[in-house]
Design a protein around this ligand. Structure first.
Ligand code: 3NM
Length: 213
């Protein structure tokens, strides 16, 4: 975890903010202690993603948090993000590494033990693994895989593994017991009535130095 340095990974979805501006929700989560944010607004145009990335870069820097950009290496580089987050079927981590250099983080979304091993082999710094549980985020992430393959992936990986998909406060002990090094989520924080308090409550459940460097 040393290189990664956070254990709560917040993923954006501006459609789940209950009509609040995304920046406002992200800032509340940062106030609650979130130290890593992934910009994931795939349906925005590249220009719109770039503009949002600039704003989130400013916000995350202000709170000493990392910013990672989903898929778009160009946007990550343009705003001096701390890393990129790749899909299993996207640009492979080894190619991404050549483009973004040795310092920036590479996260990869994995859905199977084989995918997790391939991501590690390709040079990923960490992976998200899921969907562990049924996700209220509705999009098509496939059937929940449960905690068993998460444990199996953990057994075979050296890099940190973040449980993703349907994570709520109640499920944190189970995924930690299964071997997750951290957790990642959209709705539990983005759609929360009070994203600041929710983020802080999640961080309290995570082993120290949860969310902190
Ligand atoms: N990726 P929530 S599940 C963006 O399994 C994403 O790779 C997944 O949303 C994967 O925390 C997911 O609201 C959605 O369940 C997670």
């Amino acid at each position: 975890m040393a290189r990664v340095g956070f254990s709560l990974y917040l993923i954006t979805d501006r459609r789940q903010t209950n009509s609040r501006p995304l920046d406002e929700v992200i800032e509340a989560a940062l106030r609650g202690g979130v130290k890593a944010v992934q910009l994931r607004e795939k349906d925005l145009s590249p220009r719109e993603q770039l503009e949002l990335a600039h704003r989130l870069r400013e916000l995350t820097s202000r709170y000493g948090a990392r910013l990672l950009v989903n898929d778009r290496l160009d946007i990550a580089l343009a705003v001096e993000a701390d890393g990129v987050h790749l899909g299993e079927a996207g640009i492979d981590p080894a190619t991404a590494r050549r483009l973004i250099g040795p310092e920036r983080l590479i996260g990869v979304s994995c859905h199977s033990v084989a995918g997790a091993l391939a991501a590690q082999q390709g040079g990923a710094d960490f992976i998200t693994f899921g969907p562990v549980f049924a996700t209220p985020s509705k999009a098509r992430y496939g059937e929940p895989v449960g905690v068993k393959p998460l444990s199996e992936a953990k057994r075979q990986l050296r890099i940190p593994i973040f449980a993703l998909g349907g994570i709520c406060r109640n499920s944190v002990p189970e995924v930690l017991a299964a071997g997750a090094d951290g957790i990642a989520m959209i709705s539990a924080i983005i759609a929360a009535d009070n994203p600041r308090e929710e983020a802080a409550a999640f961080l309290d459940l995570l082993p120290s130095p949860a969310g902190n460097e």
